[in-house]
Design a protein around this ligand. Structure first.
Ligand code: SF4
Length: 191
């Protein structure tokens, strides 16, 4: 996930069962049809979610290069977007991302695709991806699970119900919360 969409849909958890079929992971299926959430328009680069030092270190150890991230200015649009996604952490965000500073983000190719995006999806193992990539399209907003509406998300073409979506992505509320908390800690924006 590179850029969080503007709308956050508040949803209730519904525990519904899905049939499990042996098929490609939903994001790999999506990458065969759509640009995916791992490709953005060049003019939206400033909105890319920040990458923390621990995440950079982890990926660097895996792939052995520093080519995969870039430095980006803390534009006003970036700061406002980050606060809108994490309103509970506003004070810390303002401290850590001042308007004259910079942050790191994933590097994009010329076509706006993430450095790691291939024709068959993300090149990184799931556990090695940045935390927000492991969380997306889910999010924790005011301590409740929700998800970003994305018209190009294949999973959301299949269902809008969060219980179904969790199963399609093979995640649980607990795993989303764990990754969300790890992301907050890695970014240093704990309250
Ligand atoms: S690291 Fe992988 S999941 Fe994250 S934006 Fe890049 S291609 Fe997508």
């Amino acid at each position: 996930m590179l850029q969080a969409d503007i709308f956050i849909k508040k949803v209730k958890f519904e525990s519904l069962q899905l049939n499990h079929k042996m098929e490609k992971y939903i994001c790999a299926q999506c990458s065969e049809i759509y640009p995916t959430c791992c490709q953005i328009k060049q003019e939206c680069t400033e909105y890319c979610f920040p990458l923390s030092e621990p995440e950079i270190e982890k990926i660097r150890k895996k792939i052995g290069t520093d080519d995969f991230y870039a430095q980006e200015k803390n534009s006003n649009n970036f700061i406002h977007k980050l606060i809108s996604l994490l309103p509970e952490y506003k004070q810390k965000i303002v401290q850590l991302f001042p308007p004259n500073g910079t942050h790191y983000r994933l590097r994009l190719k010329d076509n706006g695709k993430c450095y790691f995006l291939t024709d068959s999806g993300c090149d990184l193992a799931r556990d090695d991806r940045p935390f927000y990539c492991q969380i997306y399209p889910f999010w924790i907003y005011n301590q409740k699970i929700t998800y970003f509406e994305d018209k190009y998300c294949l999973a959301q073409k299949k269902t809008k119900k969060i219980g179904h979506l969790l199963k399609l992505f093979s995640v649980t509320i607990d795993s989303i919360e764990d990754n969300f908390n790890s992301m907050i800690t890695a970014l240093g924006i704990t309250k």
